[in-house]
Design a protein around this ligand. Structure first.
Ligand SMILES: [Zn+2]
Length: 310
């Protein structure tokens, strides 16, 4: 059975704020022709430069995946990339008038909803997949990270995280079929540890952050005066942790929401191959750096296999 490439039936816009820059802006996901792939366009810059969402354009993986070229950068693309892949959108032009994709609630849900609202159409071209014909393994011993892909007729992904902390130890998440992405993975929010948050806040590295766009885990006892100081930073009257170590009594959507979010990130990062991939991926302690290094490895193998005499 062949599948056709898709794009959105109409444009759809999302307003929001970047997590790291705090700037408010508008992102518009627009239909694009077959074989266009996913591209980002900075409409706020002179000449409205375009950056293709491709591994070759990844310029940083510090707290998010950033792509760029000589003319423009786009920060924190992973959640919208995951939504596009998760909803099986092959082609789209993502216009953005700020340098960072809006963080919204820290998940991919609002992007998925926007894509659903726009609807999809099939294009007059067959969907192409990146096919894997051998096991590819990558290890980063100092991070205790291991990612592997095995040949398979379909795409599936299993993720294990372990922050070696009382509140966030080992947990896993599985995506067996991409059609489950919307319900099982898209709503899962990003998370941060309180001590990281304090560092980021003090160093002005998150400006759009409040307590509504990340799950905050507290993995040590916090003195009241520190809690009061945090409340002030967040412009909240009071902050406290619940019994599970989650700040401000936020309810988790799933017990393993953090693992599911890491899986979400990986769906987005894997789409930097430019096409969907077939294979069974297992990832132990993944992250944007490891994910993109792994994508680079796959990209190199696929290119070498395509041009064996080079
Ligand atoms: Zn994420």
């Amino acid at each position: 059975m062949t599948e056709q490439q898709t794009t959105l039936a109409k444009s759809v816009s999302i307003e929001g704020q970047g997590l790291h820059t705090g700037t408010k802006g508008t992102m518009t996901i627009k239909p694009a022709p077959a074989n266009h792939g996913i591209k980002f366009q900075r409409t706020d810059l002179k000449g409205q430069p375009i950056v293709e969402a491709h591994i070759n354009n990844v310029v940083s993986t510090d707290r998010g995946t950033c792509i760029g070229n000589a003319y423009a950068k786009v920060y924190t693309i992973e959640h919208v990339m995951a939504a596009l892949r998760g909803m099986q959108v092959d082609n789209a032009m993502v216009e953005i008038d700020i340098e960072e994709i809006p963080i919204k609630d820290g998940s991919a849900l609002c992007f998925v909803k926007a894509i659903e609202e726009a609807g999809l159409i099939e294009l007059d071209a067959e969907r192409e997949y990146i096919e894997i014909d051998e096991v590819i393994t990558m290890e980063i011993p100092e991070k205790k990270t291991k990612i592997e892909i095995r040949p398979s007729k379909r795409f599936s992904l299993a993720v294990v995280i372990d922050f070696e902390s009382r509140v966030l130890g080992e947990q896993s998440a599985i995506l067996d079929d991409i059609s489950d992405f919307k319900v099982k993975i898209a709503p899962c929010r990003t998370f941060v540890f309180l001590h990281e948050l304090e560092f980021l806040l003090k160093n002005n590295l998150i400006k759009g952050g409040d307590l509504n766009n990340a799950i905050v885990f507290v993995n040590r006892k916090i003195p009241q005066e520190e809690m009061d100081y945090l409340a002030e930073l967040f412009h909240k009257p009071k902050v406290k942790a619940n019994g599970k170590g989650v700040l401000n009594n936020l309810e988790l959507y799933f017990d393993n929401e953090p693992a599911r979010h890491k899986l979400l990130d990986m769906v987005g990062d894997l789409f930097l191959l430019g096409k969907p991939i077939r294979g069974h991926v297992t990832a132990y302690r993944p992250g944007h750096y490891a994910n993109t290094e792994f994508v680079r490895m796959i990209q190199n193998k696929v290119t070498i296999n395509a041009f064996p005499n080079d």
